[in-house]
Design a binder for this molecule. Structure first.
Ligand code: ADP
Ligand code: MG
Length: 508
């Protein structure tokens, strides 16, 4: 009996430290189809493909290719089994010739060794068929990205694969080159070869793909024929919300007025996620940062707090440009940061409430290295009262407190330093509803005292309820800003949906 699917990945699970990149994902591909793998940044697409091609090891799950259970330890093993790959990052050797790159490891031989004449002729023929003009004897690096990308594709095609994985192959191609690629892809499909196609451009997906599988946050959302899916439906599934009604109203444009901002970040770019993101916060203002997982929210917070000195762009505090080397520089200017991961970065579980709360101000309340215990106790008492922290006393170990009360101790740690700006990264994650409401009330109080707040939260209701203004980012860039009447959950999601659609060059 012939297997119905060329490839079946079953219950694939993969954890990275702190990230559940793939959560028991099922993914299957038929012979002779072009299968789109869709999802927002960080959804797990590349990880799934790297597991398939032997670059990463899966934690659990099984892979069935042509009815046989397989497990590859390297891309070479996968290639021998008929799976070839074109990665997002081009994986060729720049100083070898184009022809060598196309044949690498599979060069035709004659009696004296590699048959160079044949190597070059074959490469020429393949590229000519693809409509690429290049001298195949020249080093690959003498050509631009587009040609290099085409060479990667030529290589994949010439391997005689059953299945070709293309992870964002079009991102550096122009329109004409995309057409050439698509022509090749259709030819391959006619020969019964399957292609897994990853692209951010929706139009491409609808033009070329037969089937669409959608991932979100490491989970399978759906698999369906492309013909049964509208662009709107696809986007809704990718972002996990109904994009239909939110796409109607006009976007609100923020028109800020008056005063020198407490913080102004401009064009912040880092090595990983951030691509020119900007924001400003005024005194006493609560600014929200919204975006899907992987948009770059925490990364931006880290740059603002000096926790990532490796950035370009500018930061200014009260109009004065600053350049942080470490968090201590930011702290010295009155910045505070309650991190997303209380357990890993914030709490010293074996220490008391008092020690945890006053850790950061010790230098201030100490003289010649001796802590003024009386003053320390006064401060702790004051914050236990004003934040209504439920603890039998100052000496209680913090790990014995509930999550919400631990969070309050952390907040107090920063508040007792009398900051001018506090960054709260997911401050209500993992705490119960009652404590949530209390933390939210505290945020309002803090701003009421003139402290500026940068609030990061995945819960849009929380942003809408608490913020004066919300900045929406995606892929490390600003895509919108919402305030007053325009600030709603729907508008935040609409901003994100619209950006995805625009990227696809689509109109609905
Ligand atoms: P996509 O290709 O859909 O954008 P990825 O598969 O690259 O998503 O990433 C899925 C998740 O796994 C992300 O949260 C990403 O940060 C994380 N991740 C990917 N590769 C690694 C790695 N080598 N180490 C740690 N985390 C990783
Ligand atoms: Mg990827």
């Amino acid at each position: 009996m012939e297997a119905m699917y060329l490839l079946e990945m079953r219950q694939i699970d993969k954890q990275f430290p702190g990230v559940h990149a793939l959560d028991h994902v099922n993914f299957r591909v038929r012979a002779g189809e072009i299968h789109a793998l869709m999802g927002e940044n960080g959804a797990g697409k590349s990880t799934l493909m790297k597991i398939l091609t032997g670059l990463y090891r899966k934690d659990t799950g099984e892979i069935i290719l042509d009815g046989q259970q397989v497990s590859f330890n390297s891309p070479l093993e996968a290639q021998r089994a008929g799976i070839s790959t074109i990665y997002q990052e081009i994986n060729l050797i720049p100083y070898l010739s184009i022809a060598e790159n196309i044949h690498l490891g599979r060069e035709p031989m004659n009696r004296t060794g590699i048959d160079w004449k044949q190597v070059n002729q074959r490469a020429e023929r393949i590229l000519r068929e693809m409509g690429v003009e290049a001298d195949v004897t020249q080093p690959l690096c003498s050509y631009g990205t587009a040609v290099q990308q085409m060479v990667a594709i030529a290589r994949a095609i010439s391997v005689q694969a059953k299945l070709i994985v293309m992870d964002e192959p079009t991102s550096s191609l122009d329109e004409k080159e995309v057409e050439i690629l698509f022509r090749q892809m259709r030819k391959l499909r006619e020969k019964g070869i399957a292609i897994i196609f990853i692209s951010h451009r929706l139009d491409e997906v609808f033009e070329i793909c037969d089937t669409v599988t959608i991932l979100k946050d490491g989970k399978l959302v759906s698999e369906s024929p492309a013909a049964e899916l509208s662009k709107l439906e696809l986007v809704s599934r990718m972002i996990g919300r109904d994009a239909t009604d939110v796409l109607r109203r006009k976007n609100g444009v923020y028109q800020g007025t008056g005063g020198v901002p407490v913080l102004e970040a401009h064009g912040i770019t880092d090595k990983e996620k951030l691509r020119g993101v900007s924001l400003r916060i005024r005194q006493g203002e609560i600014v929200g940062l919204a975006g899907l997982l992987g948009a770059g929210r925490t990364e931006l917070a880290k740059v603002i707090f000096g926790d990532n000195p490796d950035y370009t762009g500018t930061l200014a505090v009260n109009g004065q440009e600053v350049r942080w080397k470490a968090p201590r520089d930011a702290i010295a200017k009155g910045f505070a940061y309650c991190s997303e991961d209380r357990k890993a970065e914030g709490i010293f579980s074996h220490m008391s409430v008092r020690e945890n709360m006053t850790m950061a101000i010790l230098p201030r309340i100490a003289r010649r290295g001796l802590v003024n215990v009386g003053r320390q106790k006064d401060i702790v008492d004051r914050y236990i009262k004003s934040l209504s922290i439920k603890t039998p006393g100052q000496e209680q170990l913090i790990r014995n407190l509930s999550g919400g009360n631990q969070q309050k101790v952390l907040l107090a740690r920063w508040l007792c330093m009398e900051p001018r700006l506090i960054i709260l990264d997911e401050p209500t994650r993992g705490i119960d509803i009652g404590a949530k409401a209390e933390i939210e009330a505290l945020i309002q109080d803090i701003a009421g005292q003139g402290i500026s707040v940068l609030l990061i939260s995945s819960e849009l209701e929380e942003l809408v309820r608490n913020c004066h203004r919300v900045i929406v980012i995606r892929d490390g860039k600003n895509i919108g800003e919402l305030e007053s009447d325009m600030l709603s959950e729907g508008n935040i999601m609409r901003t994100i949906a619209q950006d995805i659609l625009q990227e696809g060059g689509a109109c609905i």
